[in-house]
Design a protein around this ligand. Structure first.
Ligand code: NDP
Length: 493
């Protein structure tokens, strides 16, 4: 029998990935989007609009309203006006509305996933399999608590809502962050004004349409689009609570401006997580965890495993495996279902990543990037590894928020703990080892809000998430995420 498959010179297998583009037909974009205030889309009093683009093609997708302080005040007034009726609703009725949002998200999951990928640049397989299902799961989870609040915190007195929540979210998980913020706020009987990030407003605005379809009472959810100034106006507005996710720098500014105001505050800020691999770890599994830990969502993840700590005896073998795996990552069109690493969210973020990578090379670390073609248009960065990294290098200390992994080594457990905790941040960490006792020992010594063992970047609505030190305070998810939206016995807000 003859060999029917023609093999190219060198014997490489003759197959590759055919393109598998997701259709954008399911998405209907408006030419422009107003502000969502009092249950309807309204023109901004500011008279200003800005384009929102696709970071993978640089094409303008739509124009979006830019809210100024007057617009923000209008949204807060709408939320305030809606508060008494929303709070007076029977809790089971409130739950009904929140369940409706969850179900609508599931029904329109494909539309949300495609739009998220178009506007943010993340691979469609992530929007489809992570962002949208998790967003729906958050609404489902908190809807379940709405009529059980008095049992949720035994011995704390009668729970009641805080009032109007101002919520500011970043561009890395636009829909999911909106769900993290809105679901507990609504379930606890609060009203909300949400500000999406400047570069990724579109899924929040689609969520506003879902609010309309779910017949959420007017003014209970308001969405104001704009840049940092809009966020600052929301912080200064007459709200009872601010919930912020974003950079440590802006978090600190918000903490300064809310100090002494009586406004409640929760901050979910940056991270520089250590992913610690011991010599007894299941190596192939660890390689997948390390790759997922840093290249998921192009590394635009506050809890990304951006510092890999490897025990010395396995350094060479792990590095070879990581380099091999990097060669197989497919970088490019985020709407292609085979893509692993999509577009960098914005030109500004690309510049920041490039600058930090440059500093790594200048400070003497050794860079490794796989060969891969990058599209001509759009914002792209090759998956990158650094070896020869020392604790003092900027790439070991600063949050790069891109697909860049800094690899360091350690010899003993104590050294691993010391190095992992040697950061101003404390959001997450990973441990890879076969020994359960070592996992428990490490987890109790790592100063990180979330510690994953033999896995990484796993999220669940029932599980609290948040940081230590400069990674912020307050928790989101689980009962811990409900508490900041509640007062007890009408006590201080
Ligand atoms: P920001 O902290 O500036 O953005 C987060 C949100 O806050 C956005 O909605 C932003 O609006 C808004 N905002 C900006 N300035 C203010 C202000 N003064 N008052 C109130 N709200 C404000 O993050 P960037 O987008 O600038 O990213 C910078 C760096 O921050 C990244 O490179 C990354 O290292 C880190 N980052 C960390 C995140 C995390 O989850 N830990 C998430 C995002 C970024 P707008 O986007 O319109 O400017």
């Amino acid at each position: 029998m003859s060999d029917a498959i023609e093999r190219p010179a060198g014997g490489a297998p003759p197959w590759g990935y055919a393109s598998a583009p997701e259709s954008t037909d399911v998405v209907r974009l408006e030419d422009r989007y107003g502000l969502f205030i009092g249950g309807e889309f309204v023109e901004p009093k500011s008279g200003r609009w800005f384009p929102t683009i696709s970071p993978s093609t640089e094409e303008t997708l739509a124009d979006v309203a830019e809210a100024d302080a007057t617009d923000v005040a209008r949204a807060v007034d709408a939320a305030r006006d809606a508060t008494p009726a929303w709070q007076a609703l029977a809790p089971a009725e409130r739950a009904k509305y929140v369940f409706r949002i969850a179900r609508q998200l599931q029904e329109r999951a494909r539309e949300f996933a495609v739009l998220e990928t178009m506007n943010g640049g993340k691979p469609i397989k992530e929007s489809r399999d992570v962002d949208v299902p998790l967003a729906a799961a958050h609404f489902f989870y908190y809807a379940g608590w709405a009529d059980k609040l008095e049992y949720a915190f035994p011995g704390r007195g009668t729970p009641g809502p805080v009032g109007v929540a101002g919520q500011i979210i970043p561009w890395n998980f636009p829909l999911l962050m909106a769900a993290w913020k809105l679901a507990p706020a609504l379930a606890a009987g609060n009203t909300a004004v949400l500000k999406p990030a400047e570069t990724t407003p579109l899924t929040a605005l689609l969520l506003a349409q879902v609010m309309q379809e779910a017949e959420i009472p007017h003014g209970v959810v308001n969405i104001v689009t704009g840049a940092g100034e809009t966020g600052a106006a929301l912080v200064d507005a007459d709200v009872d609570k601010i919930a912020f996710t974003g950079s440590t720098e802006v978090g600190k500014a918000i903490q300064r401006s809310t100090a002494g105001s009586g406004k409640r505050l929760t901050l979910e800020l940056g991270g520089k997580a250590a992913n610690v691999v011991f010599e007894d770890a299941p190596l192939d599994q660890a390689v997948e965890g390390v790759i997922n830990g840093i290249f998921f969502n192009q590394g635009h993840v506050c809890c990304a495993g951006s510092r890999l700590l490897v025990q010395e005896p396995i350094f060479d073998v792990l590095l070879d495996k990581l380099k091999d795996r990097l060669q197989t990552l497919r970088v490019g069109d985020p709407l292609d279902k085979n893509t692993d690493v999509g577009a960098i969210n914005s030109k500004a973020q690309l510049t920041k990543i490039a600058e930090l990578v440059e500093s790594g090379v200048e400070e003497g670390a050794e860079i490794y990037q796989p060969e891969c073609d990058l599209p001509e248009r759009g914002f792209w960065f090759r998956p990158t590894l650094f070896t020869g990294v020392s604790q003092s290098h900027r790439i070991a200390r600063e949050e790069i928020f891109g697909p860049v992994l800094s690899i360091l080594t350690f010899r003993t457990v104590d050294e691993a703990v010391e190095k992992a905790n040697n950061t101003p941040y404390g959001l997450s960490a990973g441990i890879w080892t076969e020994k359960g006792s070592r996992i428990l020992h490490m987890a109790s010594r790592l100063r990180a809000g979330v510690v994953w063992a033999n896995t990484f970047n796993r999220f669940d609505p029932t599980s609290p998430f948040g940081g230590y030190k400069e990674s912020g305070f307050g928790r989101e998810g689980g009962l811990h995420g409900l508490e900041p939206y509640l007062t007890f016995d009408g006590g201080p807000r």
